[in-house]
Design a protein around this ligand. Structure first.
Ligand code: 5AD
Ligand code: SF4
Length: 421
């Protein structure tokens, strides 16, 4: 979502005649687009702000947008008085105000609007992988999560607006689209005629576009994987056979305290249904270890669920207490050392699973999307349907955007292969 927001901001500045620079001391405007999901991300923002204020031109405009802006609000101006603007994730379309009035201090952390999607210009040329936000915010209120506070309640964009964006990216270079939302499979939009659209309707409509060859979506909530959406994996070949379906913990007790009230059996049923809809589907997850009160036994259950589902490409994090969340106030916070030990153990197992899956790809032929060449220029970098990086030798002439690649070798981090066509 932040990559997408950054692209929209860049398009807006480009349309105003600005150019990108990698050198802070050359910049006329510096914008940090920020994430507040864990304390470490927020801390990094403030240490970067400290560095930037010393390196920037004295009259350069300087500010933060995104979730840390929303989390900190006016306090950000107190901590870094040089800041010119602090704009939350739903108000970055207000940026032109600071360009027109560079002397004001601009603060807007309001929620509840989708105007930003309409008010900023689209990129003229789409990257091969285009992100298309379809909803923003989240109604789930997991007790550890700051997102419902920073991005607000769920709002789904009108079906026709999403399709208009999809047609635009298809006409300007996109080959793959990724529908985005904090709770993407909760997408639900009712138009003025009373017709309700779901994520499966968006996928079906987008798949009709000739230029679009691959479709994916992220991030999903387990109980909103409804049968119509699971069925899409059977009927829509453009939908990639890879799904991020965060479970967070394998302990029923911890899930209850996280306010993720689904049963583990239901989660496993959904995974089994997905596998029977499409036998080559693979699942990844997000995990949190060291949630308040998590016992060794709870943690072992997380290891067990990872073993049962055989996740690939997962993300795991130490629980980080966040402001405005219920879990930060819970008793039995877990010591840092225990969190670190559990994370190391889980990570090591998830890496084994990733390596095992990568190795199982050797000998197969996968359709991969071109990303660019490596630093040496001697190799090409592709992305498999499972988001693995696949390296091939450079070819004569122009690299095909979509290539059939025979996988010849694998390690934990990437694959190697030969372009067949
Ligand atoms: N601490 C650690 N990880 C968190 N996540 C969300 N909030 C927290 C937190 N307070 C993780 C979840 C989520 C991912 C985007 O970030 O695993 O799925
Ligand atoms: Fe946060 Fe995801 Fe839970 Fe929503 S479903 S509150 S975004 S972790």
């Amino acid at each position: 979502m932040n990559v997408y927001d950054g692209q929209r901001i860049a398009a807006m500045l480009t349309a105003r005649g600005m150019k990108q620079t990698d050198n802070i001391s050359d910049a006329d405007i510096i914008i940090l687009n920020t994430c507040a999901v864990r304390a470490k991300a927020t801390d990094k923002v403030f240490s970067a702000l400290g560095r930037i204020r010393n390196a920037k031109k004295p009259d350069a405009l300087f500010g933060i947008v995104g979730c840390v802006a929303r989390e900190s609000g006016a306090d950000a101006f107190r901590r870094i008085p040089e800041l010119n603007f602090v704009l939350g994730p739903q108000s970055y379309h207000k940026l032109p105000e600071i360009l027109e009035n560079p002397d004001i201090k601009l603060l807007n952390i309001d929620l509840g609007g989708l105007e930003k999607f309409d008010e900023l210009p689209q990129m003229e040329k789409s990257p091969a992988v285009a992100y298309i936000p379809i909803q923003e915010g989240c109604n789930h209120c997991c007790t550890y999560c700051i997102v419902p506070y920073t991005r607000g309640r769920e709002l789904s964009r009108p079906f026709n607006d999403v399709i208009k964006d999809t047609v635009h990216v298809a006409n300007t270079g996109a080959i793959e689209i990724c529908f985005l939302g904090q709770n993407v499979n909760g997408y639900k939009y009712t138009d003025s005629d009373g017709k309700t659209y779901k994520l499966s309707d968006l996928i079906r409509e987008a798949a009709k576009l000739e230029a679009i060859k691959r479709i994916r979506f992220t991030s999903s909530y387990p109980t909103e994987m409804t049968d119509d959406l699971i069925e899409m994996f059977k009927t829509e070949p453009k939908l990639l056979p890879f799904l991020n379906l965060p479970i967070q913990s394998g302990s029923q007790n911890v899930l209850t305290r996280m306010n993720r009230p689904y049963s583990l059996n239901l989660y496993i049923d959904i995974v089994d249904k997905l596998k029977s809809a499409r036998s080559d589907i693979q699942i990844s997850s997000d995990f949190i270890v060291g949630f308040p009160g998590e016992t060794d036994e709870d943690f072992e259950q997380t290891m067990n669920i990872a073993k049962r589902v055989k996740y690939i490409n997962s993300y795991s994090f130490k629980y980080s207490p966040r402001p405005h969340t219920a879990a930060a106030l819970m008793p039995n916070q877990i010591p840092e050392k225990v969190k670190a030990e559990r994370l190391a153990k889980l990570d090591s197992y998830l890496n084994d699973l990733q390596r095992e899956f990568n190795t199982s790809c050797v000998g197969k032929t996968l359709t991969c999307l071109y990303e660019g060449s490596d630093k040496t220029g001697k190799h090409l970098v592709y992305r498999t349907p499972y988001m693995q990086q696949c390296i091939t030798d450079a070819c004569d002439g122009i690299a095909p955007m979509l290539a059939q690649i025979e996988i010849t070798d694998a390690n934990k981090a990437s694959l190697r292969g030969k372009i067949i066509k």
